[in-house]
Ligand binder design. Structure first.
Ligand SMILES: Cc1ncc(COP(=O)(O)O)c(C=O)c1O
Length: 380
């Protein structure tokens, strides 16, 4: 199957009992055995569920991997990846990860003996220099949330192999439409399926895809032991959302390119960050490893925080909201919303200024998106 066909069909066959073309929602906790020791492949939904199994197969195929493992949230997926590690282990992590990820690492996992060093992973040498004898994993987000830094995955794969490290990539912003990290030798691809993959602001979910049998086995064990699994209904909603992923992403990316170019030429805008602009610091890497630049933009206004706030408070079509990657355009203020819990000093050191505005460009008519920005910018 070609990629677009996989999105619509891979792992999905008509229901064997009824022929239903849409996989049924198996909303059940448990399954009756035929006799002692003889089940039909399912025993308890925390371990496996037919609806979840279809979603896991579909997501694995789209990422080009052997195994998909779904979770109740993107954060549960990240946490489960860290359960591959043990107390005393060290992780080198991209410095501009989603604020919820660094919060989890710093406030929760450090209490269990893991340690983390944050580096600008768009510069491979800084990653190499941060490796210690106890380092076990590189955790890379590309493009990052919200500064859209792009990391060279070939370089990360080389470093990980040299040092015998797990290489995990949070590919939420890129989606498998534009980037398939396993093709670069990555061990674990992770997504918040809350975003583009489900695509309609309808649920919270996460997934991990891997080709490695040992990782799959370990993570399946963690999944069934801890039970951070998505409900069958959420799996079903994700499957429905996924069917148009390729079409949605093409529109997200085309519109984001136009919005980024518009913002870059606007006199009130100081800087625009979008991997599809030649001015983006890693534009060449993005062009080489991604087949499109997705739908996320961040920008800074000449008037700093006051001007940014005026724009965010005056948009009419866009929603002022935390999330991203859905059909509706959304605007976010990272300093007070998604990254509010990153301490002020650390936030500024990361280049995440108080005036930064993040835009998730939806799939409405791009002229309406531009008109909305235009009238909001006029008030800034
Ligand atoms: C890049 C990235 N990774 C992980 C997450 C966490 O996902 P979730 O909100 O589904 O738990 C998010 C959420 O915004 C994100 O943007």
């Amino acid at each position: 199957m070609k990629f677009d066909t996989k999105v619509v069909r891979a792992g999905i066959t008509p229901d064997p009992t009824t022929g239903s073309i849409v996989p049924p929602i198996y909303e059940t906790a448990t399954y009756v055995l035929d006799e002692v020791g003889k089940d039909k492949g399912f025993d308890y939904t925390r371990s496996t569920n037919p609806t979840r199994q279809v979603l896991e197969a579909n997501l694995a195929a789209i990422e080009g991997g052997a195994h998909g493992i779904c979770y109740a949230s993107g954060m549960a997926a990240v946490d489960s990846c860290m359960k591959l590690l043990s107390a005393g282990d060290h992780v080198v992590c991209s410095d501009d990860v989603y604020g919820g990820v660094s919060r989890h690492f710093n406030k929760v996992l450090t209490r269990y003996g893991l340690s983390f060093t944050y580096v600008d992973s768009s510069e491979p040498e800084t990653v190499r220099q941060a490796i210690r004898p106890e380092t076990r994993m590189l955790w890379i987000e590309t493009p990052t949330n919200p500064l859209l830094k792009v990391t060279d995955l070939h370089a990360m794969s080389t470093i990980a192999k040299e040092h015998g490290l797990y290489l995990g990539v949070d590919s939420t912003f890129a989606t498998p439409v534009f980037l398939r990290p396993l093709e670069f030798g990555v061990d674990i691809v992770m997504h918040s399926t809350t975003k583009y993959l489900s695509g309609h602001n309808q649920l919270i979910g996460g997934v991990v895809v891997t080709d490695r049998e040992d990782i799959h086995e370990a993570m399946k064990f963690v999944q069934k032991t801890i039970g951070a699994v998505p409900s069958p209904f959420d799996c079903w909603l994700t499957l429905l959302g996924l069917k148009t992923l390729h079409l949605r992403m093409a529109r997200h990316a085309a519109s984001a390119q136009r919005v980024a170019e518009y913002l870059e030429s606007h006199p009130k805008v100081r800087s625009v960050t979008y991997p599809g602009l030649p001015s983006h610091p890693q534009h060449d890497i993005a062009k080489a490893q991604m087949s499109g630049f997705s739908g996320m933009i961040s920008f800074e206004l000449e008037g700093g925080i006051a001007a940014g706030t005026a724009v965010m408070n005056n948009v009419e079509l866009m929603g002022l909201a935390e999330s991203l990657g859905a059909v509706e355009s959304m605007i976010t203020h990272p300093a007070t919303m998604t990254h509010a819990e990153v301490p002020d000093e650390e936030r500024r050191a990361r280049g995440l200024s108080d005036g930064l505005v993040r835009l998730s460009v939806g799939i409405e008519d791009v002229d309406d998106i531009l008109a909305d920005l235009d009238q909001a910018l006029a008030k800034a």
